[in-house]
Design a protein. Sequence first.
Length: 758
Amino acid sequence: MSSITRELAAVLRAVQRPGDFVTAGTMESPPPRLEVDGVGVIAFPFLQVQAEPLIAAAERAPYGRGEQTLVDTQVRRTWQIAADRVRIGGKHWPRTLEAILAVVAEGLGVDKEITAELYKLLIYDQGSFFVNHRDTEKVPGMFGTLVVVLPSESTGGELVVRHKDREVRLDLRCDDPAEVRFAAFYADCVHEVLPVTAGCRLVLVYNLVRGGKGSRLEPPSYDSEQVRVAALLQAWAAAERSPDDSAPEKLIYPLEHAYTPAELGFDTLKSVDAAVAGVLAAAAARAECDVHTALLSVVESGFAEYSGHTRGRGRWAEPELEAGDVEDRLATLSEWRRPDGGRPELGTLPFEETELCPPDVFEDIDPDDEEFEEATGNEGASFERTYSRAALVLWPRRRLFVVLAQAGLEVTLPYLANLVERWAAAVEGEKSSLWNEAHTLASHMLSQWPKYWYPGHNGKPSAGTRLLTSLARLGDTAHIEAFLAETIVRGRFETKDNDAIRAALAALPPDQAVSLIQRTISGAAASALGPCGDLLAGMVAALPSDRIAGLAGAAAALVQALPGGEPRQAPDGLPLRRDNGVSAGFVADLFNATVPVDETVAGRAADHILSYPKTYGCDAVLVPAVRQLAGTARINGSAAVRRLRDACVEHLRARAAEPLESPKDWRRTSDIDCKCANCAELRRFLGHPAEKRWIFKGGEIVRRHVEGTIRNARCDLDVMTEKQGRPYSLVCTKNQASHEQRVKQRSQDLADLELLGK
């Protein structure tokens, strides 16, 4: 099956004649000087107010039925003025028409000289249209029709051209006075003009005529190639994939011409590219494959080698470098376009070399850019080169989500969210299909979910939160259960993910949700203590009272995971958080979770916490935790919480009883370990009862050392650098920071004692 890349490339290389059955474009040019007998010169852009005299001079456009010419506004509703009553001039118009014909010849794949003979001037006012029809051969050698839309203000009126099993819809609106729009197609193509919904449009219609004698010109036909390509794609799309299958997930055919993102699209492809795209689009439709245009980018880098040659002469000669082995390669596809002109949100997808048609397509072409870096220090010479091409990309429609999953969460998460949005807004008949699509994509995402949790950045939610949010909206309980059981249970989440986790759990049956919480706390508390406490407290608050008892096992598991004096090992080799998850917020969550569930479990939690005062410090943890719990009557009335409160009150009372006097002189406490001469002088200054200021002169390195000592020892000093003379000076002035901090602490202690009711 992997040979499809070479077989497909071989078939498509046979498509040599450029062109298609229809072509269109825009030409920058001043409008022509247009004069109509009985009306005069027409001004541009053509406005609705000009239509009345022009229509008065026109006649209803007929249509042909066999050998008859009929007028029926149910079939064709527009106005026409014969060519012999129309004069087109202006110094720019001949060059503009010549340029249009050159584009038309290439677009239609005509390699003979062609001319354009004005046939008539058409006026499409509001409501005008022309149903499906074919143009008849009006003059010898006519092979097609050219329509030129002059600057007019109108909407609607799309031109639809069909040939065999293909259809192209063209919006030819042209309201810019510096442009004209045009379209050309072969005479045997069925086409129609949809109703003009507003305004009025002025159109020149030309007969396209081949020069000289010869066979009749027809649209390029690649029926045999199309059949062969369709057969290849059908076999590839229908084949079942196995883990060791070498068949590519997508096929990438690089195009001949270069295109910018603004130029890339099926309707703007040039020459042979347009012909190949036509063959692939038709074959892909038969094989139930999706086809897009995209921009392909390959960035390669590695070590460079000196070639032995030099560039320049004499003392300016420099050794030349050449690329060595490729060490890193990044290959991506972006800027997606569908055949209908739509821009799907596929993001940037990676691709493999084996998906290229043929796989060695880049071996014989020069890179678009190549840069070398000469060796510096311990770093050897290196190179980086870039290849950029436009390409046609195909994949089996039924394996779209496999292709998306290759790109990772950056692509699949927004795509899933978009599917869910469409599902939520869909009418009843479409909901089932969209739900199944979202469910299938989620399956692929879960099968490749990363081992470790990736938190959100810059205020954005994490990947897990985004997935759970989509699954909860979708009500996809099977995948919610699978994701929570595989990822959350292993501690791969953070506190800010808990809202999404609880919302997802709410979509499950209550017994299943309770069971998952039990498994989560048991499996994750050692590595995600804080998030587990917040999660359990939130679930206790959200569940009805008759369900809370089911969380007793989870509460016990949370208490069992409480850290003590020694660090604990997390399961599965996952790293413990540096702070072990212990914080005032966690302790508050712990008792908000355990007290309503089981007072005995809450008592065990209090026993453990009071046994490890260094881990659960009064000032850093317990006092602020009890402060948070004080507002909840049920929790605050718990015997376990009262014990914590009593311990806090004892601590606060003892500190409040300490004397609080301001310093009587300028002696300041010092806890300086450094024994250097400069720090010894600093220690002497701090202990002197009468000295308030010390000026220390020294170089930058020495000054930084002294400043660091002051900062680390938390000395009661204000420090500034005086930049006068050399060396600069540190000016150190004693303050009362420690005393002011004790005053502030006393005020807070008294407020806490009042809050705690003691």
